[in-house]
Design a protein around this ligand. Sequence first.
Ligand code: C5P
Length: 235
Amino acid sequence: MTSLASLDRTWRNGHRVVAIDGPAASGKSSTAQWVAQDLGYRHVDSGALYRAVTAAALRWAGPPANWDPSTVLDCAQRVTLAPNEGTSFDVWIDGHEASEELRSPEVTSHVAVVAQMQVVRSWVNSRVREVATRFDVVVDGRDMGTAVFPDAELKIFLIADPWERARRRLLQRVQRRPTDAEIAAETELLVRRDAADATQTVQARDAILIDTSALTQEEQVGRIVALARASAAGE
Ligand code: C5P
């Protein structure tokens, strides 16, 4: 019998989608990467596309105070997503692989403005949907399970306590145990980013909420992989 889920994915040539959304530093991208490896899917990081458009705008759209959506959209045309030798995609800007540049503090501080431009959101959404017509994907972002793939086979919304998110992010960055004062300062930054991203961070009604505050990354990945396998087996 043809299930509703398989009918829904005809536009994707039968490819499957696991959508993982959640706030900044909730562990979405690293979890999504690992889930993709376990399932044999490809990982697509939609945040990296917003970051790449921002990096391109910083180079070619003039001073950020004057950015207008059509100039920023022109800059987006220099960004491409290329499948790499692993299980994800590299982001290229104007013919150069750009992963390092995407994490710069300058990009991080301007990306929310770019992400609020509707023309940029449509451009990113089209890129991500196009990839899903060619590969089974694990996509992560803020609105993958709502605006981009309302028909995803599995939707996850990851949350974690802000202090814990800040602690994990710092641990990754400084490679030692962060002090409480450092965690407090990072928590403040994260809460501000949550507020800037609030309108586009949406939990789908049919998403499964996972609070990772007390979970190891292995446990989070294990749960999502088990849910994806159960969903595929149930069709
Ligand atoms: O996930 P990451 O923190 O790298 O995303 C960078 C920024 O891109 C977010 O802070 C948010 O402003 C924007 N974003 C978005 N919608 C998505 C993914 C990211 O608005 N689906």
